[in-house]
Design a protein around this ligand. Structure first.
Ligand code: 5AD
Length: 352
């Protein structure tokens, strides 16, 4: 318990101390950790939960990450790419519903050139001046990150997945490297984005020591956003028979990251909600403060299948916002209309 206290006060621990938080099996320990993290979140954000409208712009991907259902080698899914006008329609629909952040996420699709993305981002920027634009388009050159920032993007999500090189190489094909991933993250920070990184919890071959390395890396990088979700197998991948990650360990990590980084934007991820019906609310109660409902046209959602059973209806969908609100109201939280930038002096503004 003193280690929780130390993290809460100093936001900084050693490897050994982080490890002790990960392996403590005392029955009240997780509850205490979650409650401390929740109190920290409430002290900064009140009980406001930010929503982001997730637009899955393309499921074409040139990569073959071993865990991911949209890997190039998976021939079982139908590939799609939204047009500029479809993406704008998603934004318009989302704006009406109360979204003030749009997240453009896609596989590493070579057709999404810098020119094309520049045009799409600039158009969204001019039509929605009061909204934040988040990109999640994988590894690109430092020059394209800079260009997209100049076109009007504000934030970028790029999980490092795992800091350990050997572990990274067990999850990714030859040709992808941990160093390249970290270099991209440095480029994003350098370009001035609110930068998000994170990991899958319980990815194949992951050890507790690997997670400690992730904690130390994130402690050092100080990203504005931290995405933590359980690994969930996908039948069309080499990891089809690997066990899914643990709900409890995911919640434990959300809480540790909150105490490490009090003002960070931490989502209760779709993977967490997919793993368990109460995953989303438990994520919020463990210190998360963001939810990312799906704004992708419903006809395409099934093809953006990163893992089996990926939730995209009900409270995970933009049209299910009323359901999400009800779910969060039931635990005393509110969904709000707000850009929800990284802001240490967050001031509650406008309730839905
Ligand atoms: N299980 C859980 N998360 C996954 N992602 C990709 N595949 C899976 C999976 N099988 C996550 C990765 C990626 C994010 C967009 O989705 O962490 O960064």
């Amino acid at each position: 318990m003193e280690t929780i206290e130390k993290l809460r006060n100093t936001h900084n621990l050693t490897a050994q101390e982080y490890k002790s938080l990960l392996i403590n099996e005392n029955s009240d320990f997780l509850a205490v950790l979650n409650a401390q993290a929740r109190d920290m979140t409430v002290s900064i954000f009140g009980k406001d939960v930010f929503i982001r409208g997730l637009i899955e712009v393309s499921n074409f991907c040139k990569n073959n990450c071993l865990y991911c259902g949209i890997r190039a080698a998976n021939k079982e899914i139908e590939r799609y790419r939204l047009s500029k006008s479809e993406i704008l329609d998603c934004c318009r629909h989302g704006y009406e519903l109360g979204f003030r952040t749009f997240v453009l996420q896609g596989g590493e699709d070579p057709v999404l050139t810098d020119d094309l993305m520049d045009d799409i981002i600039s158009t969204i920027r001019s039509e929605f001046p009061d909204c934040a634009i988040t990109l999640s388009l994988g590894e690109r050159s430092a020059a394209s990150y800079k260009r997209f920032k100049a076109s009007g993007a504000n934030r970028y999500l790029l999980r490092h997945e795992t800091f350990n090189q050997e572990h990274y190489s067990k999850l990714h094909p030859a040709g992808m490297s941990r160093d390249k991933r970290l270099e991209c993250l440095a480029g994003l920070k350098d370009a001035g984005y609110q930068t998000g990184t994170g990991i899958m919890v319980g990815s194949p071959y992951q050890t507790i020591d690997n997670i400690v390395e992730d904690l130390l890396y994130i402690q050092e990088l100080k990203p504005e956003m931290i995405g933590i979700g359980p690994f969930i197998h996908h039948n069309g991948t080499p990891f089809a028979n690997m066990p899914d990650g643990s709900l409890e360990l995911t919640l434990r990590l959300i809480s540790i990251f909150r105490l490490m980084s009090p003002a960070a934007l931490i989502p209760a991820t779709t993977a967490l909600a997919t793993l368990s019906p109460d995953g989303r609310t438990r994520g919020i109660l463990a210190g998360a403060n963001v939810v990312m409902p799906n704004l992708t046209p419903a006809s395409r959602r099934g093809d953006y299948s990163l893992y089996e059973g990926k939730a995209s209806t009900g409270a995970e969908s933009a049209e299910g916002l009323a359901e999400l609100k009800k779910e969060l109201n039931a635990i005393g939280y509110d969904v709000i209309v707000h850009r929800g930038d990284y802001d240490k002096n967050y001031d509650r503004k406008c309730i839905m």
